[in-house]
Design a protein around this ligand. Sequence first.
Ligand SMILES: [Zn+2]
Length: 561
Amino acid sequence: MNSGLLKTCAIFFLAFSPVAVKSQQPAPDVILLNGKIFTSDAAHPYVQALAIRGERITATGDSAKIRTLAGPHTKEIDLGGRTVIPGINDAHNHLTIFPSGRIDLELNNPDPAWPEMKAAIAAAVLKGPKGTFIRGDIAWKIFRDPAVNRSALDEIAPNNPVILETLTNHAWILNSAALARAGIRESQPDPAGGRYERSPDGRLTGVIREYAVFNVERTFSDQTSEADALAKLHRTLSAAAKWGITTIQDMSNDLPPERCVALLEKLPTPIRVRVMRMPGTTPAGRDIQEGRPVPRSSNPLITVSGTKWMLDGVPLEGTFAPRDDPATVAYFVLHEQLTFPETEIAAMLQESRHDHDQLLVHVSAYPATAAMLNAMKSAGGTQVWAKQRVRFEHGDGLTPELIPLANELGIVVVQNPTHLAAVRMSPSFDNDLWEGTKAQPLRSLLAAGIPVALGSDGPTNPYLNIMLASLHPDRPSEAITREQAVIAYTLTSAYAEFAEKDKGSLEPGKLADLAVLSQDIFSVDASDLPKTESVLTMVGGKIVYDGKVIPPTPRAGDRKR
Ligand SMILES: [Zn+2]
């Protein structure tokens, strides 16, 4: 080999060595090494290491390769074999607030009977001053007992507002003091999509349903002071960061979007929040003006887009079905009533098109699901809707015959895995009947190519939700793998908000939103999944939660040679 050729080889080598790459690209700020990093990128599902500069990932690969990128000021995090996932994107959450001083009844019983609840309320009355709010959770025993109503609550708590909430939050029972605090008069007309139940003599029973509940929730949130609201949001968002949640998509029913954005800016929020309009209704109809014009924030963590409407109730309660209706949960998932007439669905589609705004609809039973798909077919079909990513929240009633049409229309399903375990709590639950409904599909949706995202809409713990998605207790044939559940909870949740180019997977160029986990969620026993926590959460490359479990590593340049 002559010396000229050697020189050429050397230049060639230099040009393509990591050293040369380093001289072209600034060194990363942080590198994460020696991990089991699940990327949510189907092409490279697992890597050992990644590099971050500014708010984005600049490289992924094995630890040796990523280490060569480090500069003198690069911070090194040795993961010690820990599992890392893209930050969880909780695609369906509700940021709720309530005036402080409320007594929340804790009964250690998810389905209390009336005597137990009655005793708890009586004890709470003695605890706080007159006028103290008392709130309790109920399920079937009390919901199915029409004797538990406003008068029964008035007898034990005449001077305290009392609210009993069903676990789905689609029906409440209020006493007279709570009705008064909510500003509901005896003659109050029903809001669109909601009901104030009345006895045959026309008197309010205290039971309110659907949009009547959402409107009253808004009233109480309006009565919440800024200090109380900030404290509650701080607790919620800090807890989320501790779970490794880096985005919450908030159905903004408690908070009008302007107030929600102002509060998040003031905190300021540690994680990303997408605020979605979820306006209430009046007797005259839906409030389509709320959040118009759409508020914008200068904080890049806060975005506002999308509008959500509720098209039906929940099969557990049957929208407006009487409380003692003997129909089963399996019957309701196939036959449940809609909250709005179908002309309103056509109007929602028109508004979405006019505003270039994503439409999200709560559909939990077959009739509303079919009505929505048919309305989309009539309003332009695939040509208009295939790329609009109309979201079905829950989508329990997306039965096999509807799946092809939903797929053609580009529907994104956002399922909430704790709901997959809630149905069996109904006394009318029957395994065979439920299986026969073909409700709550997950695996069939993925097989058909329908994007499935996950959100909590209940207990926030993402690992409880991953457990339930991967077990699907009521229909195990529709369970998905843990990897599929994590992809749904990260990349597809980002897709569900048109943000998959920026986040949702750990790939070069994407935002460094990630969570280092306390245990390997891909190998632990399913029953241990809910114990998982994040030990280090990053949003845009910044640490927003540090469990102080990972020992600090000196910067690469400070290491002794
Ligand atoms: Zn919800």
